[in-house]
Design a protein around this ligand. Structure first.
Ligand SMILES: *Cc1c(COP(=O)(O)O)cnc(C)c1O
Length: 435
């Protein structure tokens, strides 16, 4: 299968090229040239299949013709070596818990899959050199990517982060790993880190001497695997005989990668009736639904900060999927936008009423279902992070202490290893040429 660019100004590319390049030459986002269907029979007994079996079936439908099937199976099974349980919260509302991976956030799924796929293409490419992945992070992406790539042959990762500007637990998740992961502590801001990475990709000398890649969230290998768990949510509803009602999926959205994967899952045959894109005060998409105008704005800081995005990068994919029709988009996707106060209230109330502890991101989507779910519908929202990742915020809302899972605690015990870096490009380039 080939991949086209949403800007349509460049030729189609292979899966390999889409994964290695990340972004199309015309700055568009890659999309599969067609969306293959899973047979109806697959859904009849999906409740009997495991997360790994379902994910492999979906992955094989999408990527099967472009790679060795046993290798693909290994990649899928290795990526999803943790559970993604569906937990009943109240009434017709369920939480799909995406936080049981190594860094306790849903980005683990995409990052782990992409790392393994990139490793596969590198090894097979007859390219004896290493692929060097550069990633700038303000916290969460760095940890998911670093852990996703940890120990993957043929790939080295350089995480650039602003010194003193990420939380201790986040920092521990990418500075204590060692092996093929190097953390660069930049004397500057997140924007400086991002600038250094961008400049490296544009530097002819660097690119002629080493193979550079990004683990950006717009990469098809990070974005598409996020659909696997929506199929598994449906399977778990079937196990409970809860598939007679219409399924509504609510996704706390920032860059819209997670929800776009679900939209494609529906096109592949997954019986989802409609979607809710749940936003914090960064309401660019919600305003688009209301007005038909897309107006990016600088992001505002909220307590659900992984969704503080003022120009969602996957919006181009959403538009593309619906042929740029505002009407068709509104027919399938609704939205909402909540203030920090509404998010806090929801988190506190859900804990009090149901004994279920949400994180601030999941709370946005849960509230959306509480407000928008209709009779005859079952709602599934995705819990995108473990509440302990936002320990201080969550504890101050519920007035109780939150237990940190052992795997997060463990990072804190590791030894921090970083290389300090000034914010100018010269030093960074010199460093890269020396590794
Ligand atoms: C990244 C992230 C989101 C937003 O996901 P998108 O795919 O960018 O819409 C939501 N919640 C958490 C916890 C995240 O880390």
């Amino acid at each position: 299968m080939e991949y086209y660019s949403t800007n349509h100004q460049t030729r189609n590319v292979s899966l390999r090229e889409a994964v290695v390049k990340g972004l199309a030459a015309d700055r568009g986002l890659f999309m599969p040239e067609r969306i293959p269907q899973l047979p109806k029979a697959f859904f009849k007994n999906i409740g009997n299949l495991s997360l790994q079996e379902i994910s492999y079936a979906v992955a094989n439908t999408l990527f099967g013709e472009d790679m060795d099937s046993q290798e693909l199976k290994n990649i899928v099974y290795d990526t999803l070596n943790f559970d993604i349980p569906l937990v009943h919260v109240n009434g017709d509302i369920y939480s799909l818990e995406l936080f049981h991976g190594p860094t306790a956030a849903f980005k683990d799924v995409g990052a782990r899959f992409m790392a393994r796929l990139l490793g596969y293409f590198t090894r097979r490419g007859g390219n004896s050199g290493m692929v060097n992945v550069l990633v700038a992070t303000s916290g969460d992406t760095g940890s998911a990517v670093a852990n996703g790539f940890l120990g993957v042959d043929g790939v080295r990762v350089f995480v650039l982060y602003p010194e003193g500007k990420v939380s201790k637990i986040q920092e521990a998740q990418f500075t204590t790993l060692g092996q093929n992961i190097t953390a660069l502590e930049v004397n500057g801001t997140f924007d400086d880190c991002q600038r250094l990475v961008k400049q490296a990709f544009l530097d002819d000398e660097l690119n002629s001497k080493m193979s550079l890649s990004s683990a950006n969230s717009i990469n098809v290998a990070r974005f598409l695997p996020q659909m696997f768990y929506y199929f598994y949510a449906y399977a778990q509803l079937q196990q409970r005989n809860q598939t007679d009602k219409d399924l509504v999926v609510a996704v706390p959205s920032g860059n819209f990668g997670n929800i776009t994967a679900a939209l494609i899952g529906k096109r592949m045959g997954l019986p989802i009736k409609r979607f809710i894109a749940a936003n914090n005060r960064n309401d660019i998409f919600y305003n688009y639904l209301l007005t038909g105008n897309y107006e990016p704005k600088p992001s505002v800081t909220t307590i659900a900060n992984a969704m503080d995005v003022g120009d969602p990068s996957n919006f181009a994919r959403v538009l593309d999927l619906y042929g740029h029709s505002h009407e068709r988009i509104c027919a399938e996707i609704s939205g909402c936008s909540y203030t920090d106060e509404q998010i806090s209230d929801t988190l506190a109330r859900c804990f009090k009423d149901n004994g279920y502890l949400l994180d601030p991101h999941g709370a946005v989507a849960y509230r959306a279902l509480m407000e928008q779910l209709k009779q005859g519908e079952t709602g599934v929202f995705v819990e995108t992070a473990h509440p302990a990742k936002f320990k201080d915020t969550v504890e101050s809302i519920i007035g109780e202490s939150v237990t940190v899972p052992e795997r997060l605690e463990k990072f804190m015990q590791g030894k921090k290893l970083t290389i300090k870096m000034p914010s100018g490009f010269t030093a960074f380039k010199k460093f890269l040429l020396s590794v």
